[in-house]
Design a protein around this ligand. Structure first.
Ligand code: APR
Length: 258
């Protein structure tokens, strides 16, 4: 089987991570132009860092839910599989999706990268394993000092290489998607039509999400939408599942895997 799965914030909602545009979503109370744009960061980096640190802590205290686990199970049971997630949390990874089968199209909240040079530090992530790999391989002592710098809650982290301000490794509004990640999606789509496309927990706000879902399902593949609410993709779906993802996805994966 050849399967493409596209996910959004709704898949992490049942792990206690707020969505953006749903009820109690971040963007209901907070202004994205004040928090998730390069201009906002230039204007008030402390405000932006405070918000991302709050989100990092919330994700650290969260656990993958049955939706994340079901998608990981489907990945293991499927020959050709790709998960494209808009989520910057690491719950898909912690549920066991291998990096080579996942594209994090909006980046990784635990990565800290330089706002000027290409230094980046993968951070500790949500689960308490030791510090991750850095793009620039410093000595362990240096790694500890970098980790300490980036994990300290007060200061504005600075790049250990060029001393410019460091920022969270996410894609902000108005920024380009990573060329490398885009190529990985295109390579998968060029690999032929899918048998099943699952779109779960997203308002499909961005055109590329709709484009990828339709291209992957163009030859009559099943396009399954899992979302309690209607989205711009609903009218193209061959199956609408208006249920929470942690309820619906384990059942759908059972059906597909058997
Ligand atoms: N199960 C399934 N879907 C759910 C659940 C749930 N338990 N709870 C909410 N949803 C649905 C909502 O109905 C909504 O359609 O998830 C969707 C969440 O939509 P958004 O908040 O817009 O999140 P997302 O689509 O991921 O946003 C895309 O926008 O703000 C940027 O970069 C940010 O990656 C994000 C992108």
């Amino acid at each position: 089987m050849r399967v493409l799965v596209l996910t959004g914030a709704g898949v992490s909602a049942e792990s206690g991570i707020p969505t953006f545009r749903g009820k109690d979503g971040y963007w209901r109370n907070l202004d994205p132009t004040k928090l998730a744009t390069p201009e906002a960061f230039a204007r008030d980096p402390q405000l932006v860092w405070d918000w991302y640190r709050e989100r990092r802590e919330r994700i650290r205290n969260a656990r993958p839910n049955a939706a994340h686990e079901a998608i990981a199970r489907l990945a293991r049971a499927t020959d050709e599989f790709l998960l494209v997630t808009q989520n910057v949390d690491d719950l898909h990874a912690r549920a066991g999706i291998p990096a080579e089968r996942m594209v994090r199209i909006h980046g990784d909240i635990f990565v800290t990268r330089c706002s000027r040079c290409d230094f980046s530090y993968a951070g500790r992530g949500g689960s308490p394993e030791p510090p991750g790999a850095c793009a620039v391989q410093p000595t362990y002592g240096r790694l500890r000092s970098i980790a300490a710098t980036f994990e300290k809650d007060a200061d504005l982290p600075r790049c250990p290489e060029c001393h410019a301000l460091a920022r969270p490794g996410v894609v902000w509004f108005g920024e380009q998607l990573s060329r490398n990640e885009l190529e990985r999606v295109e390579d998968f789509l060029d690999g032929g039509a899918c048998d099943v496309v699952i779109v779960a927990g997203t308002t499909a706000t961005f055109g590329y999400i709709i484009d990828w879902a339709l291209r992957a399902s163009q030859d009559g593949a099943g396009l399954i939408e899992v979302n309690p609410e209607e989205t711009p993709l609903s009218r193209f779906a061959t199956r609408l599942v208006r249920e929470p993802a942690a309820i619906a996805l384990p059942r759908i994966v059972d059906e597909l895997a058997n």
